[in-house]
Ligand binder design. Structure first.
Ligand code: TRP
Length: 335
């Protein structure tokens, strides 16, 4: 058996921003270039349907997110890069796992509980607006992972519980039907920067404080100019560790550049100047990917072909796996 099989899903909603880039996309692309591991990256478009029921947005976002990852250097020759909905074995396995999942386990999911709590504080019925999609979401995620016997799952902190649930579900299945699943482990990278947004809070779509990843240079400059700063004048020393400008700088800079900027803050660099340098640094890193991104968006047929290729690779593994699992639960030819 291969030593490490890394797998992660990217929910296809929303426009990727600098925080996603620094915190997830850049490290994932870097890791995918390591020869040691077999990596699976997929567009979780079935997951997107839980949060987004606008067909045009779901469709558009799938294109944009695929183009983003490819533009930033994910190499579909080195990794298996596919779209969840191209793998019919995933929803089939979801059902087999659903029948091995305790409802009580799902009751404990943070994402679901948070919505129940919001409803309760708003005086609504606890289940108001909650679909079975939201409720059973961790089972679909378990199927994504267990179908490929992935061992290492790079995720953000908020997803760790879902990986634990996948383990629980796999264990119950194994206990009942025999050892079919390897137990996956969440990999949370604490070294990776969590970027601050325009207002100094964590950069997040839900705070509306993001800098989208592929703005044109004029828009990027405008966004950077909107980063909140204090009122210190040029010449007055500034505290880098209390500054979003510096924090974003550090996420893009070399250690030498970071030291230089630290010194510039101590020497009282003007906010306008610091932002100008930040723009140049970020733009320098992103500009080449931005033109690749535009070219990819203009050629959706190419992306479609890449994803189909990826799906063929994934299904070559998934189909025999599912056949084995169907036999295991007693779904097999009669004659
Ligand atoms: N739910 C994950 C998120 O919102 C995305 C995802 C779907 C995923 N399936 C997965 C991540 C399987 C890891 C493994 O971030």
């Amino acid at each position: 058996m291969a030593s490490a099989r890394v797998l992660t899903g990217i929910t296809t909603t929303g426009v990727p921003h600098l925080g996603n880039y620094v915190g997830a996309i850049r490290p994932a692309v870097a890791a995918s270039r390591s020869a040691e591991v077999e990596s699976f990256y997929f567009l979780a478009d079935y997951h997107a349907l839980i949060k987004c029921q606008d067909p045009e947005l779901v469709h558009r976002s799938t294109l944009e997110i695929a183009a983003t990852w490819l533009a930033l250097g994910l190499d579909p020759q080195r990794v298996v890069f596919y779209r969840q909905s191209d793998i019919p074995e995933i929803p089939e396995l979801t059902w087999l796992l659903t029948c091995m999942t305790a409802k009580g386990l799902m009751n404990r999911a943070h994402a679901y509980k948070a919505v129940v709590q919001e409803n309760e504080s708003a005086g609504e019925d606890p289940d108001f607006g909650i679909t079975m999609g939201l409720f059973s979401y961790p089972i679909l995620m378990a199927a994504d992972i267990l179908l490929f016997n992935a061992t290492r799952i790079p995720v953000g902190r908020d997803q760790v519980q879902h990986i634990e649930m996948a383990r629980d579900i796999a264990q119950r299945f194994n206990h009942h039907y025999g050892e079919h699943f390897v137990l996956p482990e969440a990999v949370v990278d604490d070294q990776v920067a969590v970027l601050q947004g325009l207002d100094g809070r964590k950069m997040s779509k839900s705070y509306g404080n993001t800098i989208p990843l592929f703005l044109d240079d004029r828009q990027l400059r405008k966004h950077i100019n909107r980063i909140k700063t204090n009122l210190l004048e040029p010449g007055e020393p500034k505290d880098p560790d209390d500054s979003t400008v510096f924090q974003i700088w550090r996420a893009f800079a070399t250690p030498e550049q970071t030291a230089e900027m630290r010194a510039a803050f101590a020497a009282g660099i003007a906010w306008g100047e610091a932002k100008k340098r930040l723009f140049e640094l970020v733009d320098g890193e992103l500009a080449p990917a931005r033109s690749r991104y535009q070219a990819l968006l203009d050629d959706p047929g190419h992306i479609e072909a890449v994803l189909r290729d990826g799906a063929a690779k994934a299904r070559a593994l998934a189909a025999p796996r599912l056949a084995e699992l169907r036999r295991a639960v007693g779904i097999r030819p009669l004659g």
